[in-house]
Each structure stands twice: as C-alpha cells, then as structure tokens.
Design a protein. Sequence first.
Length: 279
Amino acid sequence: MSTADHKMRLPTYFISHGGGPWPWLKDEMPGVYDKLETSLRELPREIGVTPKAILAVSGHWEERDFTLMTGERPGMLYDYSGFPEHTYRIKYGAPGSPAVARRAQELLAAAGFDTRADATRGFDHGVFAPLAVVYPAADVPVVQLSIRRDYDSEAHLAAGRALAPLRDEGVLILGSGLSYHNLRQFDARARVPSREFDEWLTAAVCGARAEERNRLLRDWRKAPSARAAHPSEDHLIPLMVAAGAAEAEACVRVYHEDAFFGGITVSSFRFGEAMAVAA
C-alpha cells in the first residue's frame, strides 16, 4: 500500500470508538465488538493509501482552546478505571508528528482560533484503542487535537473547515467518539433513544449537503432523543470537525449495529470519497 502524497485528497471519518481498552478484552467480552472491529479493519482498504499522519480528535480530551499534541514520542494515558491490571500496561507506540501539529496550529490560527501546544500529553483510549485495530503496527504518526470544552458546534465545524487542507497533504482527519454516549443507560434501556437519535444523525449527515448539514448539526439538540443520547456532547463534537473538513462532500455510513451492549444503536461515518483525487 503506497503512502499518501499531495495528489491524494483523503476522506475524513467519525468513528464510534467503543468502550475503554476493548481490543485487549475480547476474551472477557466475546462477540461484543466484532462488528466494530470489522469496520475498523476495513479503513486502510477504504482509504487505499497509508496516510502521512493522522490528526485524531478525541472526545476524551477537552481544553479551553484547541490544543495540539506536539511530542515526538507520545506516551499513554490510561483514562479509564475498573479494568484488569494488564490494560494499564498497554502500549501503542505510534510516533507523533510535530510538523503536522505545527501545520494544524497554523491553519487554525489563520482561521482566527486561539491554539495551544501540549508536548507531554499521551494517547487516550479514544485514540489508541481504535487505532490499535486500524493500524496495529503503530507505524503511522498520530497527532491528537483536543475539542473545546465549550462544545460550540459551529466552532468545531469551522475548525474542520480550517483543517481541510491537511487532507490534500496526506493527513487523515479522524473524529473519535460515540454516536450514543449516555453511560447511565448503556444497556437495553437505550434501545429507543439510541435508535431515534441514530436515525436522525444518519439522515442529517448522509442525507443533507453543505449548509443544510451544517444547520442540522448546529441544531443537533433539537433532534429526537438528543439529550437522552448525549447528556454531555463530548463524544459527538468530534463529528463536527470531521464533517466540517469535508463540508460539501457526501457521507457514507461505514459501521452500524442496533444491538450493541444489548440494544444500543451506534454508527460511524466517512465523509468524502475514498481515494478521491484533489482537483
């Protein structure tokens, strides 16, 4: 598989990343993550080339301003509790990319955003868990971008628009969260609200274009079961960045199931065509 160059416009993704360090717990939870794992393993084939780097926007990193991870060799952030001891020794050894982090900061600053750099932050599980499936060799550089803790939908859509040039520079923009994230109802009680919100979300991002999609995403709180699905929108906001970076391009649902953890409907989306050549 060739490495992405400047002639390739990479798609963007919003993935539902699952819970905690799940790739290392498949024996304890047989079958629970099979469909998600299959969808994640398909990403390299869909993309068709190896990205120069990944810019990952995780719902598990919030800052006042957009903040870029700038370390050359990021460590690990075990931002979960109650899991087996061995999951606190997991290593995902992908390098960072200070150059891509600087480029992302420049693009965000040019769009009027205040930005910060963090040279010490490690990969959180919203990034290392899914990427351990997508790129298990950990040979693609990864830079994390925080979300803003104000959860401003328009600001995150605009940040995605600002970062869109990275797609022509071989950088994969990957939003990582969950299409349903109500941990107080992460069981069969979620059946109705997760389905209602997922149906709305899929129609909003894959059935509308450009300004209409933006309008729907800005007004997501008006969606059916919106607050039942996202009491706090930290795991939805990364989708705004992915959608903003592919604003006028079509969306495809690349993962979907309606019986996750006993009845939860969850989805992941790709924006833009795989292997699309920039004009």
